[in-house]
Design a binder for this molecule. Structure first.
Ligand SMILES: CNC(=O)c1c(C)[nH]c(/C=C2\C(=O)Nc3ccc(Cl)cc32)c1C
Length: 270
């Protein structure tokens, strides 16, 4: 901890505090996420360690970069040192747009969506599923690049801890198979991608509800309002494809990367 200077708390994540810090060696601004592992059982602790070891290998422009971890046995905390994302989380960004009665131009929606699909492509082929893809777990850097953060940690926590930690908000992006208590699979991340794409246009989730039961019914019913006419039919078609109730009918990450709207932008990036 002495290698870092604390600048200040910038958010309370699902699993602990997010603190802005400065690395003393080169004054680089980073963040650390502080987790209290004292409350985890042996299984969760070993899974968290395994997960952090996976995090260390991922180097991708659309995944929040992991730098280091500090284990403070004294007060049973683990500090995960990660990249600072100046733009904060996408949930706050969307909330602000809604308050200002602004919308995101379709061009920007495709760009954010492409970046998240690229991030999913990276973690899926490392056999990691996100399991908690939502605006609060997507962070924006100084160039407004979207980065997937906080992924996987929740996946390895056992149900009671995960429930305890992640039961803070309404699970708007939960897929039908998750409601049926079926196995979560990569296509559940695709469902969440569809919910994200919808929310970037509507500034609210496709299945708004005030309680879990109403939400479950809306998700199983699978119907959602068309976005405003400022958005194209192509955008609506991709949303509908990702939000297919039967996970087999949803696109794979590769199908999404082959969409003209995405592949065209990928070529521009090169
Ligand atoms: C009001 N909070 C913010 O503006 C904010 C800013 C500028 N950055 C963040 C969060 C992160 C940040 O900057 N880097 C991160 C890496 C991993 C995780 Cl899980 C979160 C972050 C936040 C919540």
């Amino acid at each position: 901890m002495e290698n870092y200077e604390v600048i200040g708390e910038i958010g309370a994540g699902q699993f602990g505090k997010v603190v802005k810090i400065k690395r003393k060696s080169d004054s680089k601004v980073l963040v650390w996420k502080q987790l209290e592992y004292g409350k985890m059982d042996e299984k969760e602790k070993s899974q968290l360690v395994a997960e952090v070891n996976i995090l260390r290998e991922i180097r991708h422009p659309n995944v929040v970069r992991y730098y280091d971890r500090i284990i403070d046995k004294q007060n049973q905390h683990i500090y995960i040192i990660m990249e600072y994302c100046e733009g904060g989380d996408l949930a706050a960004f969307l909330k602000n747009l809604k308050k200002e009665k602004e919308t995101i131009p379709e061009e920007a929606i495709w760009r954010i969506f492409m970046q998240i699909v690229l991030a999913l492509h990276e973690i899926h082929h490392k056999k990691i599923m996100h399991r908690d893809l939502k605006p609060a777990n997507i962070f924006l850097d100084s160039k407004n690049n979207a980065k997937l953060g906080d992924f996987g940690l929740s996946k390895k926590l056992s149900d009671e801890t995960k429930f305890a930690y992640t039961n803070v908000g309404t699970p708007y992006y939960m897929s039908p198979e998750q409601i049926e208590e079926n196995k979560y699979n990569e296509k559940s991340d695709i469902w969440a991608c569809g919910c994200l794409l919808y929310e970037l246009g509507a500034l609210s989730p496709p299945f708004p509800a005030t309680n879990h039961l109403a939400l479950a019914m809306k998700i199983k019913n699978g119907k959602f309002e068309r976005l405003s006419k400022q958005y194209s039919d192509e955008l609506m078609r991709v949303i509908s494809w990702c939000l297919q109730k039967n996970s087999e009918n949803r696109p794979s990450v590769d199908d999404l990367l082959n969409l003209p709207q995405i592949s065209m932008r990928l070529r521009e990036k090169r």
